[in-house]
Design a protein around this ligand. Structure first.
Ligand SMILES: NC(=O)c1ccc[n+]([C@@H]2O[C@H](COP(=O)([O-])OP(=O)(O)OC[C@H]3O[C@@H](n4cnc5c(N)ncnc54)[C@H](O)[C@@H]3O)[C@@H](O)[C@H]2O)c1
Length: 374
């Protein structure tokens, strides 16, 4: 496979479930990419998704099949979008990288922190870009909140309150930590847009209200301390009917010169101490949102542009916060990320040794130094 230097990036979407369909639609609507193939392990699933999502006049030439790499080769793809289930992220992404395809993967980076660290190593070993699409960080209102906070001296305290009452059915109802693992990951990642530097430790409590329809803990309070001393506190529930927040949650940012509020849906407002409220800017029509923004950044990087802040090494911190929150909730103790990352590095190196394709992690002195150098 030889990468072109200009023009739309031909991509294969791997995983044709609910989110795979959203990605197919996103690729079709983005001029930086071209849909050339769709793959799914379930026989007929890729063809079905193409028939349902791609307009008839654009279907010709889209290759489908059950083997992602075979579809990528036959279709002349230059890159892979991995929208499989989390348990398949590690094999699908590692195989694509070693076959010469840069990867844009859906969140989470992988099923475990160790697998995520391993994928950072596979990206180093192949020299190819692996970027994680953490779509909710691509929200222009969130970046406007950051700008307003910077004008007030920079944020020191971030509070997120999240309350919804969805009846999903399916795997979320059975997970041990549905809120932290499947939803709060977005808020943790968005917090990293607002606070500079790396997170240092996490303390969490999780619980399940008596009326909950989830088997695992549908509510949690998580406190993330950054090296700078800034703290992000998340308090959320997936079974709180009545007074619900937006899907992004309600945000209050505290800075030396005042505060910023964001309801997760409309432009944020700044509240300078002793002065009138300032309404944040409304994004223009040129603004890129969510999946579309991830895809635009990914294609731009492949065409020689800047590598996005969701490149795998940077994204692993978000997964580390999730895993630390789960461990803290289970043990009742504060979890130090440097220690958790060292543990993950050891497990990832063992995974890679068994796999035999990447020795990149052997050069990492610690989990933290490897992520920061990458
Ligand atoms: N960004 C968001 O807001 C958001 C929302 C929902 C889901 N997601 C993420 O998107 C991903 C997919 O979620 P979903 O809801 O579409 O799941 P899904 O179960 O609906 O679809 C996943 C598909 O992947 C296929 N698959 C599994 N293993 C595969 C393999 N090895 N090769 C090819 N195909 C394989 C399955 O057959 C299935 O069709 C997950 O990582 C999930 O966390 C993100």
């Amino acid at each position: 496979m030889t990468a072109a230097t200009s023009g739309p990036v031909p991509v294969v979407v791997v995983g044709a479930g609910g989110m795979g369909r959203a990605w197919i639609g996103t690729v079709l609507g983005n001029e930086a990419a071209q849909l050339v193939g769709v793959a799914d392990v379930i026989e007929g699933a890729a063809q079905k998704a193409v028939a349902e999502v791609v307009p008839e006049e654009r279907r010709a030439g889209i290759v489908t099949g059950t083997d992602a790499l075979e579809v990528a080769r036959r279709s002349g793809a230059e890159a892979v979008i991995d929208v499989t289930i989390p348990a398949a992220h590690h094999p699908v992404t590692a195989d694509a990288l070693h076959a010469g395809y840069p990867v844009l993967g859906e969140k989470p980076c992988a099923a475990t922190l160790a697998e995520a660290v391993s994928l950072a190593g596979h990206s180093e070993a192949t020299g190819l870009l692996f970027m994680v699409s953490q779509s909710r960080r691509n929200n222009p209102h969130l970046h406007e909140a950051r700008r307003l906070a910077d004008e007030l001296g920079g944020v020191g305290i971030v509070d997120t309150r999240f309350a919804r009452a969805p009846r999903f059915g399916g795997f979320r109802d059975e997970m041990e930590q549905p809120l932290i693992v499947d939803m709060a990951i977005h808020a943790f990642d968005a917090g990293r847009v607002l606070i500079d530097g790396v997170p240092e430790s996490v303390t969490a409590t999780s619980y399940n209200p008596s009326w909950s329809w989830y088997a695992g803990d549908a509510a949690a309070t998580v406190s993330i301390t950054y090296e700078s001393g800034a703290v992000h506190t998340f308090s959320g529930s997936w079974c709180s009917p009545g007074i619900e927040t937006s899907w992004n949650g309600d945000w209050v940012l505290s800075c030396e010169g005042g505060g910023v509020r964001w309801d997760g849906e409309t432009p944020p407002t700044a509240h300078p101490a002793g002065a009138d409220e300032v309404l944040g800017r409304t994004p223009g029509p040129e603004a890129r949102w969510e999946l579309d923004a991830s895809l635009t950044d990914f294609c731009a990087a492949l065409r020689g542009g800047l590598v996005s802040d969701s490149e795998v090494h940077a994204n692993v911190w978000t997964q580390a916060i999730v895993e630390a929150a789960v461990r803290s909730a289970e043990t009742g103790s504060r979890v130090v990320l440097a220690e958790l990352l060292d543990e993950a590095l050891e497990q990832a190196a063992a995974l890679d040794a068994a796999d035999g394709r990447s020795g990149a992690l052997l050069a990492w002195k610690t989990g933290v130094s490897g992520l920061l150098a990458g």
